[in-house]
Design a protein around this ligand. Structure first.
Ligand SMILES: [Zn+2]
Length: 425
């Protein structure tokens, strides 16, 4: 009985069995929220279809949708009837009222800051990208940067800051999304920063923060290839290597809520030195600083502090393209380590799809045919095909879009789980 010591007590005390899922946890959201989310996901949908999809009575859907319409969150739209099904009055469908709320999504990164404004239906209204000097900055400076960026993107959208209902912010590092705390980020000089609260006070708006790789996964989940998938992985390449994992249509965060650190899984005992201080991390072989380190050593290139790593990597890539054997071998080696990392993801999580995301993916040596072949050798052979790998070499605006999705979730959560009197305001 060791290990199950509580079993007899449970029987005697009537404590029940089965998972103790907290009421109103993500798997048990209020019906009102489920109805709203169904309408938002469908774009346009008839009431009767909502009832069918959620397995509830049409009457309860009618009651809830009336409330949501009254609260200004959804609206009736006349949808043209399928000509083959009949004529007469156009059918009435439900859709999200796009102008109900506007939110901003921002990505603060090592190279540049980017922002978008989207409406309640997820339509992009404006964007802005601002380059920055690389390196960590004090929190006060980060808040200045966030405020300036937000003002600029609002100006582009032709709206006042006060017209926003919330802001989502993504940044690299260890971020506790629920607590709004950045435990560590390469963009900040301080540790354990309650950034969501600080930003909220500075901007005068509700702010949610998250790790930027999670936000790329969220962008894929809300707007991209992940919409119809329950389980998939997004691996990001930027200054470091990040990973967002979606499990059962939700971002997987883990017990410490800091998500998954693919970049710091070990691919070599006592291997190359990583910027986290440990050795043999995947990132120490694949990230931009790893490629730059190889380039400066093997090709004897001078690399001043402050010189743009992007410029150095572009040059390395050009050399590889032109047939330089050393330059090619540097990318080839990084690709082999990447294959190890991706094979580990497949062996651990069995995702339906792996998306490689980030601008650096224009360096196609990283995922050349040999890299994928190497990966096939390392994935456990079950007799079934390994998951497809897609390359999404989108820029920072995609990441900012993920931050906007985070803000939309927060706004929706706030409104739909609030007491009804509040929601109707
Ligand atoms: Zn590391």
């Amino acid at each position: 009985m060791a290990g199950f010591g509580g079993a007899e007590t449970a029987k005697a005390g009537g404590l029940g069995c089965g998972p103790l899922i907290a009421p109103l946890s993500e798997s048990m959201r209020p019906l009102r929220q489920q109805v709203f989310e169904r309408v938002r996901a469908a774009g346009l949908i008839a009431r009767v279809q909502v009832a069918k999809d959620l397995g509830v009575s049409p009457a309860s859907v009618t009651t809830i949708t009336s409330e949501l319409i009254e609260a200004g969150l959804i609206e009736e739209v006349s949808a043209p009837r399928d000509p083959e099904l009949g004529r007469g009055r156009p059918a009435v469908a439900l859709g999200v009222r796009a102008q109900a709320h506007l939110v901003a999504g921002m990505k603060m990164s090592d190279r540049e800051h980017s922002a978008v404004i989207v409406d309640f239906a997820g339509n992009l209204l404006a964007n802005e990208v601002v380059p920055r000097r690389p390196g960590p900055m004090p929190v006060a400076e980060m808040l200045d940067a966030m405020e300036a960026l937000l003002n600029r993107v609002c100006e582009n959208a032709g709206i006042a800051r006060a017209a926003l209902s919330g802001v989502g912010v993504g940044l690299p590092g260890f971020v506790d999304q629920a607590e709004g705390v950045v435990l560590w980020s390469s963009t900040l000089t301080e540790r354990a920063v309650p950034l969501a609260l600080a930003a909220q006070e500075r901007l005068g708006l509700p702010v949610s923060i998250d790790n930027d790789a999670n936000l790329v996964a969220l962008a894929e989940l809300w707007f991209g290839a992940g919409r119809s998938l329950a389980d998939f992985a997004v691996v990001t390449f930027e200054h470091g290597v990040g990973m967002g994992f979606v499990m059962n249509h939700r971002i997987y965060r883990g017990a410490q809520r800091l998500g998954l650190e693919l970049g710091h899984t070990k691919v070599q005992l006592d291997g190359a030195l990583c910027r986290c201080g440990q050795r043999g991390c995947l990132e120490a072989y694949v990230a931009d600083y790893a490629l730059a380190r190889e380039a400066t050593t093997a090709l004897n290139w001078g690399h001043r502090d402050g010189q743009s790593i992007s410029v150095l990597l572009e040059s390395l890539y050009d050399h590889a393209q032109a047939g330089d054997a050393t330059a090619r071998s540097i990318f080839r080696r990084a690709g082999r380590y990447l294959a190890v990392g991706l094979a580990n993801v497949v062996n651990l999580f069995d995702p339906a799809l792996i998306i490689l995301s980030g601008e650096r993916l224009k360096f196609d040596y990283l995922y050349a045919a040999e890299t994928l072949a190497e990966m096939d050798n390392l994935v456990i052979n079950t007799g079934r095909p390994r998951p497809p790998i897609e390359i999404h070499a989108w820029g920072d605006l995609l990441w900012a879009h993920g931050a906007a999705a985070l803000a939309l979730s927060a706004v929706t959560e706030r409104i739909l789980t609030a007491p009804r009197e509040l929601a109707a305001q």
